[in-house]
Design a protein. Structure first.
Length: 219
C-alpha cells in the first residue's frame, strides 16, 4: 500500500469516526438529511471521505440512502428500540459483572462523581444534560470491564438509539428513578459482587424498556 493510499484511508476513517460520533450523540438527529457538501464544510472534510463514510454508515444501519431523497440518518422503529435495549441489557449486564471484579478505588470515585453530576443536572431540571452524563457512566462501566468485543457491540447498539433515549429520560418521574437505579449499580460494583452488579444493570435497562413501551400506548 502506497503512502498516498494510506493517507486517503486515514482521512476516510477520521471522517467516518466524526460522523458516527455525531449520530450517536444526537448532533445528527434521526431523520436528518445528510448533504455531502454541507457535511464536508461543517467538519472540514473532503467530499470523497464523506461519501465513503456515508456508505460505511449505511452498512452499519445508521444511515439510509434512496435515489430521490438522498441520505438521511435512519429512524429506527420503537420495536427496534425495545430490541436494542434488551440486547444492551444482556451485554451491559455482562460488562457490569466483569467491572465489579476489576474496578479500582479511583474508578469507583469516577463513577460516583458522574452520579453527583447526574443528580445536579436533575435537580436543576436539565434532564438532557443528565441523560448525557448517564451515557458517560454506562460507557465508563463498559471500559472498566475491559471486554473489547462486548464494548464494540454495545457501542453499535448505542449509536442507533438516540431518539428513544431522549424520549425516555423526559418521561415524568423517570429521571429520579433512573438516578436510584444507577446508584444501585455503582453500589454493587463497590462491593465487588458480580451477580448483584449484573442484576442491577439488567433491572435498570428493563425499566427503560418499560418506560419506552408505556410511551407507545395510546393516550
Amino acid at each position: 500500500m502506497s503512502p498516498r493510499t494510506t493517507d486517503r484511508q486515514t482521512v476516510a476513517d477520521e471522517a467516518y469516526t466524526v460522523m458516527r460520533r455525531a449520530i450517536r450523540s444526537g448532533d445528527l438527529m434521526p431523520g436528518e438529511r445528510l448533504v455531502e457538501t454541507d457535511l464536508a464544510e461543517r467538519w472540514g472534510l473532503g467530499r470523497n471521505a464523506v461519501r465513503t463514510s456515508l456508505a460505511r454508515l449505511e452498512q452499519d444501519g445508521l444511515v439510509e440512502r434512496s435515489p430521490f431523497r438522498g441520505a438521511r440518518v435512519r429512524v429506527i422503529s420503537e420495536a427496534e428500540a425495545v430490541e436494542i435495549l434488551e440486547a444492551r441489557s444482556v451485554l451491559e449486564g455482562l460488562a457490569a459483572r466483569h467491572a465489579a471484579g476489576r474496578v479500582t478505588p479511583e474508578g469507583l470515585e469516577e463513577l460516583r462523581a458522574l452520579l453527583r453530576r447526574m443528580e445536579e443536572h436533575s435537580r436543576a431540571g436539565d434532564l438532557l444534560a443528565s441523560s448525557d452524563v448517564n451515557s458517560q457512566l454506562h460507557r465508563r462501566i463498559v471500559e472498566l470491564a475491559a471486554l473489547p468485543i462486548v464494548a464494540r457491540l454495545i457501542d453499535g447498539l448505542h449509536a442507533q438509539n438516540v431518539r428513544h433515549q431522549f424520549r425516555t429520560v423526559l418521561a415524568p418521574g423517570r429521571a429520579a428513578q433512573s438516578l436510584q437505579e444507577h446508584r444501585a449499580i455503582v453500589d454493587a460494583l463497590a462491593t465487588g459482587d458480580g451477580d448483584t452488579a449484573e442484576a442491577a444493570m439488567r433491572q435498570h435497562l428493563a425499566h427503560v424498556v418499560e418506560t419506552l413501551r408505556s410511551l407507545q400506548k395510546p393516550r
